[in-house]
Structures are given as C-alpha cells and as structure tokens.
Design a protein around this ligand. Sequence first.
Ligand code: TEU
Ligand code: CA
Length: 583
Amino acid sequence: MAKWWQERLIYQIYPRSFQDTNGDGIGDIPGILMHLDELKELGVGIIWLSPVYPSPNADNGYDISDYRGIHPEYGTMSDMELLISEAEKRDIKIIMDLVINHTSDEHPWFQQSRDKSSPYRDYYIWRPGKQGNSKRSKEAISSPLGSSSSREVSKYPPNNWTSFFGEDCWEYDEKSGEYYLHLFAKKQPDLNWHNPKVLEEIKSIMRFWLDKGIAGFRCDVINILYKTSLDDGVKRLALTGIEHYLSQEGTHEILRTLRREVLDHYDCFTVGETVFVTPQSGKELCDEGRRELNMIFSFEHMETDQFYVKWFKRRFHAGRLAEAIARWQGALDWNANYLENHDQPRSVSRFGNDSHYWAESAKLLCILLLTLRGTPFMFQGQEIGMTNFDFTGMDQIQDVESHNIYRLAKKLLIPAGIRWRMIRASSRDNARTPVQWNDSPNAGFTTGVPWLGINRNYTHINMASQMKEPGSIRSFYKSMIALRANSDILKHGSFKPLVIKKQLFIYERELDGQSLLIALNFSGRTRKIPRGLIEDDRNNVGNTSAVVKNDGRIIKSNYHRKVFDGLLQPYEALILKGGPSHD
Ligand code: TEU
Ligand code: CA
C-alpha cells in the first residue's frame, strides 16, 4: 500500500527568501500564508519548511537557539499555528527541518555547558587540547582561516579533523579551557549523542512539533550524529576524520529509537539528509524493515559536475548525471528525488541552459524530476526557472560557507579571479536569492531592502507573468504535477534505464504491463533516438499530411509536438506511451 508521502509533491520553502510582508527585507510566515492558494493550485501536497526557529543566523537558521520557538523575524507561534491550520484546510501537510547534529552556540544548553561543572557540560563534545611544545602548538591551533591565530595556547586541538565549511572543527573556549567540536561553522557546536539526555531532549522537541500538527521532519545531516571515536582521522583533502562519524552503528540505533518511541506514534514521515551516502549505506538508512528513516537525500547525482569537492567544477555531462540517477533508482526501492535545494546552485543554470534554451531546458528538468520513481522534491523558484545569481563580488554574498571558503582559498594563494569563479559557480547563495514574484521593484519580494540581492532578470523571469502564460515553465510544472498525480505508472511503476549517452537519457517506467518511455535530450543539438528502441510515427501517419493529430502516443512534450519522428530537438523532452516491448 502506497503511503501518502509517496504520492505527493514536496515543495521546499526557504522562508528568508520567499515573501516579505512587513518591509524588513526578510521573508516571513505571513508571506507563506499569502501564497498558499498558489501552491495548492500548482499541485503541492507537502511543504518542507527550512528552519524558522530562533537563531543567531550564523547559518540562516541551521544554528538553532530555541527548538520550541519561532524567530521573531519570521513571525510568532500563532502565525506558525495559523500556517499549519490553513495548510491543512487545503490538504497540504507541513514538515519542518530537524537540525540535531548541532545547535547554535547561543543555545542556553551550550551557554551553560561552557561551565565545566554544569549538568549541560556533557551535552556537547568538550576535550582538553593535546599537549605539545608551545611553538609548534601555536601553529597547530592557527586555523587556515586565521580565526584563532592570535591566541596563545600551549596545546594542540584534540584531533586532526577538519570541518564541512573549510575551518578547523575545534574551537577553544577560554571560559572552560577546553575545545568543543563543531563539524560546521564555529557557531554550530555538535551535540554529544553519547549522552542519553540529549536523546530525551530531542524526543520531546519532536513531540512538541508533531503535537502541533507537523507531518514529519527533514532531518539535517542526520547520518553523522554519533561520533564513535575522536581519534585522529586519515588525512584527506576535505573532511579528515569522517570515518569516525559517518553512518555509524550508534546513529542507526538513535534513528531506530526515535522511530519507535516518537515517530511511530504519529501519522508522519522523515526524509534524512544523508551526506556521503553510498547505495549500500543509503539502503541501511531507509530500508523499511530496519525502521530508521523513510527516505533519504543522496548526493551522487549532484556531484557529477565537480572534481572531489564542489568548489572544483568540471564541465557538466548529462551522461554522468543520468548514470548516478539510474544507479540510485536501481539501488533503493524508493528515492527522494531532487535537482535543487537551498544548498545547491539552480538546476537550469547547472544542468540545463539558462540562456538560449532556458525555457526548454527548465521544462526538460521538470519532466526528469517528475518521471522518476520516488517522491519528487522541488525548491521555491524552480517552477519559474529561476537562475543562479548575477552578483559580481563577495560583498554581495551572505553565506557563511562561501565566505569561509573564499578566505581559505586566499590563504592557499589561489588568485582572486579564480576564487570568485569558484564562488560564482558553487555558492549556496545561488539558490537563496529572493523569489521573483513580479516585475515591480524588488520583484514583489519586499518593499524594503532585500536581505540578499535579487537577480535583475526578475523583469522577465517572474511568477506573475508565468501564471498567466499557458506555455510558461510554471504552467508546465503544474501540468506535469497533475499528470504524475493521475498516473499510477509514474507514481508506482518500475524504472528501467534504456539509453545513457553523453547528452541523451532514455528510460522506461512500467506497471502491470503498461509502460511509458521518457526521452531527454540534454543538448543544444538535434539528436536521434536510437533505431529499434521505439518506432517513430512516420510510417503510421505518412509525411504527406500537413496537419497530423497526435494519436495519443505522445503524452507530454516540451515542444508541443504532435508527431514523433524519431528526433529530439534541442533540450526536447518527451513522454511516450508504450515502451519497446509494445512496438
Ligand atoms: O547541509 C549539509 C551539507 O553537508 C551540505 O549540503 C552543505 O550545505 C554544503 O553544501 C557542503 O559543501 C545541511 C543544510 O542543508 C545546510 O544548509 C546547513 O548549512 C548544514 O547542514 C549545517 O546545518
Ligand atoms: Ca519580513
């Protein structure tokens, strides 16, 4: 029996950039309420709300200082309750971000934990520095970013690990004379999951929100919770130490406990953001029988345009993307499919063509997302083909990760031009520019000064114009979402890759002997569908008739195609009835 979270489309809202209603330049909950009807009309069944909790915003809400509150800049708890009930009226469910690998350093737990004798001390991972002679150790604690270079401590940090954001991952705290671990920014201390009290706190926080009517959680970096040991790691270009905390048995056990003791008592689901998962470790995290997570986000397909880390881009190659997607479609029974989120550059700029074939390629990506097996997740602005930012310098960037990496790259003597190119291509701010609602000043996002610059292409890429236009990307999304909702083959059929070439991806979905064939041309050139794979219509209809009706074989085309001639136009995407077995 299919679950409701398998049949619905999930739409991610990054509240800061969605819609401002009070002119402070920051999106807010009333702004989400304003657009609920449009989301309903688009076909959204579940909203994933990125963090709206009180936070110093060192990492835009992924550094939480109160898990049971709403940040005043987003509104009040009654706004949140209104959002839940208004969504419910429209049969839209809401899931929230559960960020439990770390808290903010301004969370009261952490503030108290800085006192060695506090009962909260053990909520975090505190360790004394390693002894060493003072000359070498001064070097050892100076981070490549220079954050702690001026301090004199006659100790080394407790181990050699490095963080996700290009800093050291140990920060020395004067007050208690020890270091704390932070795998992300230094304002994000990691919780100590060896402490059963931490588990109890989190269980109660989860119940607090589930009792308010939340339908589940997107679990932030959930497969790194449990640090098995704090021994030195094998030296790596990035993330030294990862073998001590990636998908450890301790984490599996925590997930099973949360499932059994909390989640199973509600009609809800979880999707885990699971970093560096492989098909094997992914299966262990979301296999139904193991009762841990319901779904996971994998990353392999998002890494196909990079070398080793995202800051080193390589030319996009659709074949690599298709291979990664096909591998995961085959590996898991049910995937959480996505091409965008708040951490990733815009898909049309990255996997499509945001200039000449902007609309065609955005629609092709829409067909891809909505014809895979699994729950589709889309990100705000994706439905109108929003593109990467048009910023020209670091002063326009807000993201903590981008600033850290830029500084690190400078330390490593990477020239300014290259540094900026790295940020330009890979910064998370690419996804975070405010939603372009209309062509009025500030794109209708705010009447004040937006917290992050708005892409100047809002005059031609915006929601208002696309709502009216039947041929728009937004209209295409709407019709594809409906098509999927009404198709058992697309929702529940099996997935079979047929052709994976440099710029061509063809696959079949099949259910009870009925099938659909999806053909995607990821290039600016016309491509032939390999002969024999599927017969074209020319024999059936002849070339003579000028007006040929679609005989029902073409289910969807981003070219308004009526006849299938075996060719795919630039960035053409097609859904055809009947696979090879039916020809
Ligand atoms: O992201 C975790 C993560 O590993 C990456 O996606 C990260 O954002 C970065 O791109 C690595 O280069 C999650 C959240 O989605 C992200 O917004 C947070 O900053 C992070 O966790 C910490 O909470
Ligand atoms: Ca606001």
